[in-house]
Design a protein. Structure first.
Length: 142
């Protein structure tokens, strides 16, 4: 049987007005590296090998990524973002990172789970967990 796995890249279509806040949050709060920046796109590396791109509007980033359409009008509404998939962030010191994230002023989501779920600037929803935390209960194992 053919199987799939998640890749190491993600992209979000976001409003240009969020750009400064996105850069500050991902670079300054989460410690991500801004690897490329264009007037319509920012690429960040999270950890050793996960990449997330923020697509703003038409501009010079189209030349770097042929065939990709960047348009703010394709961004999800704020309500739709909250219904979208979440990504899991792992931190060695969960409480310290939780405080940094909360101090930044992101939208914290009420989820019946002990972890922090939040909407980052640009709209992506994340769940914060510990690097060595046993998460097997989420995988159907006890």
């Amino acid at each position: 049987m053919t199987k799939v796995i998640f890749g190491n890249r993600s992209a979000l279509r976001v409003r240009r007005t969020e750009r400064d806040r996105i850069r500050k949050f991902y670079r300054d709060v989460l410690g991500c590296e801004l690897t490329r920046e264009f007037d319509d796109k920012d690429d960040f590396r999270i950890g050793d090998g996960f990449y997330i791109s923020f697509l703003y509007e038409s501009g010079d980033g189209r030349e770097a990524d042929k065939g990709v359409t960047y348009a703010a009008e394709n961004a999800l509404s704020d309500d739709d973002f909250l219904k979208a998939i979440f990504l899991e962030l792992k931190a060695e010191d969960v409480e310290e990172m939780r405080q940094k994230i909360a101090d930044f002023g992101v939208k914290v989501l009420e989820v019946p789970d002990p972890h922090l779920y939040f909407q980052a600037p640009g709209g992506q929803v994340f769940r914060l967990v510990g690097t060595n935390e046993d998460l097997s209960r989420y995988e159907g194992y006890r």
